[in-house]
Design a protein around this ligand. Sequence first.
Ligand SMILES: Cc1ncc(COP(=O)(O)O)c(C=O)c1O
Length: 421
Amino acid sequence: MQNPDLNTRRSLATPRGVGVMCDFYAVRAENATLWDHTGKEYIDFAGGIAVLNTGHRHPKVKAAVAAQLEAFTHTAYQIVPYEGYVALAERINALAPIGGLKKTAFFTTGVEAVENAVKIARAYTGRSGVVAFTGSFHGRTMLGMALTGKVAPYKLAFGPMPGDIYHVPFPNATQAISVADSLKALDLLFKSDIDPKRVAAIIIEPVQGEGGFNITPPELMNALRKVCDEHGILLIADEVQTGFARTGKLFAMQHHAVEADLITMAKSLGGGFPISGVVGRAEVMDGPAPGGLGGTYAGHPLAIAAAHAVLGVIEEERLCERAAELGRRLQERLASLRPRCPAIADVRGLGSMVALELNDPATGQPDAQAVKRVQDEALKRGLILLSCGVYGNVLRFLYPLTIPDAQFERALDILADVLTA
Ligand SMILES: Cc1ncc(COP(=O)(O)O)c(C=O)c1O
């Protein structure tokens, strides 16, 4: 439902660079439901971009934040610390799939976690180079966009980028890039551009988020671990989007046989409150000198309280299992639509990180317009969907894992109607 008056005010008061998908405005939300200014109800399959694995305003998250509000809201952890921060670090250290002693630092946004992981890697190794992948997304700050492997819209007009950052191709069947091709490109990079002994870190998303929900093949992760070990490079897993039960495991790296040295996290950790973090091997995390890490709001008390509640909810409501089950049902339903929807080029996923790729059946080319049409039609029928992918031709599904079954099925019915219309 449009709100012409507010849309005009928005375009006059805020810059176009902050692109907005919907032309309606949120007034209330609960679990997987969101209501706009006209009272229209939506099923939220966007989840605030992967933030709401535990749903909007989970009662336990609300209660934890309300209790913290009554105690104190801000001291700046680096000035007057609080136990919640330490206790959350202890919990993350116990849960993260990294062997040995671990430490965790908290920040506010996902890109801050990425920036700090790179800072930590540089301080520990005394090296500067960072290798990232094409199609990756690591955020919108100067370093975040430099690491991001997609030019439009993230890097347009913002150059020059910070130096010593390199990209190698991410394996992608539709682009005919194999794991062997990626590894060959990495080898060539070490021959042509940077001595591996100058590389501090390789950063990779276990499942590329914005890039199209492309799953990192285990052979690639294994090979990267080997390359890192051979040259003293740190492996950073950017789990900002994959974290906290989305893929059927608490961390997506739990699907892999090898470990990262550092893992970034954010989004669903806070259940709607801004918090991010970096967990890693203790000696690596202690690379930067005191004062080198932090931030005024880093590890904000309200978000720390929310994160404690989120971890409890994930365990109590068995959301890892739920993610696997919902993802299986969604993939099955999407696959069953293939005979009636020839545009479906691929259905893939890890747990509830499921993607639907649409191509033009006549040309076989990626069809971003078709994705836009599906999104628009679904929205009219009250289902909020997000797109992604280097070519914008992928639909992703980021429903709360706490969504009731009946509502989930209703959403799948809308999706099926729209895709086969
Ligand atoms: C893998 C990954 N890294 C980093 C970021 C940046 O997070 P934020 O937008 O909270 O800065 C995102 C956001 O989508 C992401 O998906």
